[in-house]
Ligand binder design. Sequence first.
Ligand SMILES: Nc1ncnc2c1ncn2[C@@H]1O[C@H](COP(=O)(O)OP(=O)(O)OP(=O)(O)O)[C@@H](O)[C@H]1O
Length: 266
Amino acid sequence: MELSIAGAGARLGGRWVVDGIDATPPPGALTGLLGPNGAGKTTLLRLVAGILQPGAGAVLVSDPGADDAAPTLPVHTLARRDRARHVALLEQSSDAAVPLSVREVVALGRIPYRTLWGTDTGAGAVDRALVAASAAHLADRPWSTLSGGERQRVHIARALAQEPSLLLLDEPTNHLDVSAQLALLGFVRGLGVTTVAALHDLNLAAAYCEHVLVLSDGRLATAGPPAEVLTPALVRDVYGVDAHVLSHPVTGRPVIAYSPPGTEDA
Ligand SMILES: Nc1ncnc2c1ncn2[C@@H]1O[C@H](COP(=O)(O)OP(=O)(O)OP(=O)(O)O)[C@@H](O)[C@H]1O
């Protein structure tokens, strides 16, 4: 699905917490949404998901039913069921204790596909999603007994079971161990689905994202391929941290080496 964010803004609590964002994440690729705490990443994801209506500008997507791929449709005007079929938002996980098994939680992602008779035509989607999120071994466990990282995998599986054409992930690597972080982003990148993921780890973004959007104080500070965007000046300006940007010896991707405060002056 093609996505175009055109001057989008959101006003919450009497101020513009997201302001005048213009961005076109590349279709079919993984875009990283970066920025310090409170920069507006979650709010922008909610705008893009269509669950928050922009107070200014628009978020446009291509019409899921049309051949023309140009993004012309304001996402918040999609019928609820269409939106639920095409757009998946993985929010920062809640710890609600629901009396469901893992498989039942993942199957919640299939609700938009149920017919009037309660049948789902996407046989196997739940199993495929469980495997993709490295959660197949958890399928029969009660949800309430899972660890934080296991729950995160199940949340991801539920979003994947939706088989969306626009995937929005809010800190998807939260709680995951290094191996699971790499596996998840590698998998998502390989999906070929337009994906926007809020990430705090600049090195993960540098390693896996084709494109990054950097927010600062609700505005778009810069956007582009990680190798062009993730410079020492950017890390200094947006995060207030000194850093060196190295080149990964194998992949050639940027590696950010942070300097603890005071060490650059020594
Ligand atoms: N409902 C709301 N009412 C008032 N202010 C809000 C509301 N929701 C978010 N904010 C404020 O908007 C700003 C952006 O919040 P948002 O959650 O989008 O940031 P974020 O970049 O996702 O942050 P983090 O990295 O800490 O998760 C913050 O200052 C936050 O306090």
